[in-house]
Design a protein around this ligand. Structure first.
Ligand SMILES: [Zn+2]
Ligand SMILES: [Zn+2]
Length: 349
């Protein structure tokens, strides 16, 4: 099969690889469409992703739509031919986290297209990939291949909003106007948050946020930011979802949240510690929560997308055949202009 293989920083080669074997309990998938995630871009830019350093060349990609083409021993569903999207995080299913409903915390998780395991686990920028049967989620016909490949980032947004608790009727701020921030704002709005504000230092991203359904966009560098927030919310936001991964944004969240409010950290902040106003957390009873990947939210993400309440199609800003994976990665790197860049794989032999 053909695949886009990462050999090091800025070194992706489309080459012939062995097709993966379908083992018991697994299914073989023919990939149709795969999206480039921030973590893929990080591997492409640096050759690694924080502490995850690949021990051999490997295939990136974990957001995708595919068809089931073969079933391993013992697998009855999904049937051959079914079009699916995939939860790329394969939790063990047996540990205390898995059995208590917190699969995203499973320490034995095997993540597609990731060097979190040694050797790294190959991903979906390839004609074929194998996953455990229960990682597949059936896509309804109203979701095309491009939207299907967005269910993984949508699951990230959905899980984060769920971490915040009930958002209906709440004043919500999303920090960061990249794909995850925009999706998080869309989900918060669909779930009834009023108003939904989004902050980003880039003016073009603030404009996009309003186009995608945020009620208001805020400039985090504005001199009168606290007056603006006061006018909008009274005493601060009930919920702040931090999706920028910028340290100043996280620090500002503690000033912009109301007493008793909740901050959810979605963005990756790097490996160094970040100083926090701990006394504020105490005297104002601020809840500071992490949100990591997703639990079992894929089917809900699919239903929410199929309802038409989210403007997902507009997130796709670039589409390349597998043979042009290098160009796709370069375009995804252009943070000022690109939102979601995808690779079309089925038609790109
Ligand atoms: Zn992703
Ligand atoms: Zn587990």
């Amino acid at each position: 099969m053909m695949a886009a293989v990462l050999h090091g920083a800025r070194n992706i080669r489309v080459e012939s690889c062995a097709r993966p074997e379908v083992r018991p309990g697994m299914v073989l998938l023919r990939v149709r469409r795969a999206g480039i995630c921030g973590s893929d871009s990080h591997y492409f830019a640096h050759g690694d992703c924080g502490p995850f350093v690949p021990t051999r060349p490997f295939i990136l990609g974990h957001e995708f739509t595919a068809n089931v083409v073969a079933l391993g021993e013992g697998v009855e569903a999904p049937a051959i031919g079914t079009r699916v999207t995939v939860n790329p995080a394969r939790a063990c299913g047996f540990c205390s986290y898995c059995t208590s409903g917190r699969r995203n915390l499973c320490r034995k998780t095997i993540m597609l297209g990731s060097a979190s395991t040694k050797p790294p686990t190959d991903g979906a920028f390839a004609e074929y990939v194998t996953v455990r049967a229960d990682q597949c989620h059936v896509l309804p016909p109203e979701l095309d291949d491009g939207i299907g490949a967005m269910m993984e980032p949508l699951a990230v947004a959905l899980h984060a909003v769920k971490r915040a608790g009930v958002v209906s009727g709440k004043h919500v701020l999303v920090m960061g106007g990249g794909p995850i921030g925009l999706l998080t704002a869309m989900v918060a709005r669909a779930y009834g948050a009023v108003p939904v504000a989004l902050s980003d230092i880039v003016p073009a991203r603030r404009k996009l946020a309003v186009d995608f359904g945020a009620d208001i966009a805020l400039d985090p560098a504005a001199k009168n930011l606290s007056e603006q927030v006061g006018a909008l919310t009274g005493d601060g936001f009930d919920v702040i979802l931090e999706a920028s991964g910028a340290r100043p944004a996280l620090r500002a969240a503690f000033d912009l949240v109301r007493p008793g409010g909740t901050i959810v950290q979605i963005g990756t902040l790097g490996v160094e510690d970040v100083p926090l106003p701990a006394n504020n957390v105490m005297v104002r009873e601020i809840q500071f929560l992490g949100s990591f990947r997703y639990g079992n939210v894929f089917d809900e993400a699919i239903r929410l997308a199929a309802s038409g309440r989210l403007k997902l199609a507009g997130l796709l800003t670039g589409l390349f055949p597998l043979a042009q994976s290098l160009d796709a990665m370069k375009q995804a790197d252009d943070k000022a202009n690109a939102l979601k860049v995808q690779i079309e794989i089925t038609n790109s032999k």
